[in-house]
Design a binder for this molecule. Structure first.
Ligand code: PEP
Length: 250
């Protein structure tokens, strides 16, 4: 079933004390009757305490990355088993910062997706074109290739563990948002691409989030589009009032 989802990617922000403060404020202010699934992704070292903090709430915790191997000599990396062992069952993969700064390729992202699914994790799969791709009108091709090369190796049965997050790189952290029409046009294309590869049931059921400078004042219009099922939020997720306003924009 298609869920309404608002996920906050905290990136490399908030130390342990600040994480607790942010979570406490979130718990205090989050409307209890919301039908929106709310997810937060603190940094690795704060995942365990976030899970503890949120245990009696409906807010879920995601990791921002995972390594593709089970274990071994991979200094500085974190495995899916480690995440599961502290109660984290969701992971963000393919984020444009991982692609651009850490040189993650579609093939690497595909192997991380496979590993996460083998551990029954839910994957928030991020993808989206750069400004030059949109300017050269190549954005649909880029998005289709990212889906085919990073995700479409999965089995049909695994789609209930997938959330898609379309994030045009030119709109991430820039204050520039794709227009609601641009978002709907791309989300419709994404759903159609999933439909061609996996059929209508999966295409209709998958939640497709938009990410890229979502703010309280533009969330409502973006979320009102028929193929938009929520948002992946960066900067605004660090301000509780803004994040809640985005959640309630549904
Ligand atoms: C993101 O990094 O996934 C993101 C959408 O960031 P922002 O909301 O700050 O553009």
């Amino acid at each position: 079933m298609r869920n309404k989802i608002v996920a906050g990617n905290w990136k490399m922000n908030k130390n342990s004390e600040q994480t607790e403060d942010l979570l406490n404020e979130l718990i205090e202010k989050m409307p209890i009757d919301t039908e929106v699934k709310v997810i937060v992704a603190p940094t690795f070292v704060n995942l365990s305490s976030a899970v503890d903090h949120l245990q009696f709430t409906s807010i879920e915790v995601a990791a921002q990355n995972v390594h593709q191997s089970e274990s071994g000599a991979f200094t500085g990396e974190i495995s899916a088993d480690m995440l599961k062992s502290v109660g984290v069952g969701i992971v963000i993969l393919g984020h444009s910062e991982r692609r651009a700064i850490f040189h993650e390729t579609d093939a690497l992202i595909a192997s991380k997706v496979n590993t996460a699914l083998e551990h029954d994790m839910t994957v928030i799969f991020c993808f989206g074109e750069e400004l030059k791709d949109r300017q050269s009108k190549n954005h649909f091709n880029i998005v289709e290739n990212q889906l085919r090369d990073g995700l479409f190796q999965i089995a049909a049965k695994d789609w209930n563990h997938i959330v898609l997050a379309y994030e045009p790189v030119w709109a991430i952290g820039t204050g520039e948002t794709a227009s609601p029409e641009q978002v709907q046009e791309m989300h419709e294309f994404i759903r159609e691409t999933v439909r061609k590869a996996y059929g209508s049931d999966i295409a209709e059921d998958v939640s497709i989030l938009y990410g890229g400078s979502v703010k309280p004042d533009n969330a409502k219009e973006i979320f009102s589009k028929p193929d938009v099922d929520g948002g992946l939020i960066g900067g605004a997720a660090l301000k509780v009032d803004d994040f809640i306003a985005i959640v309630t924009a549904f």
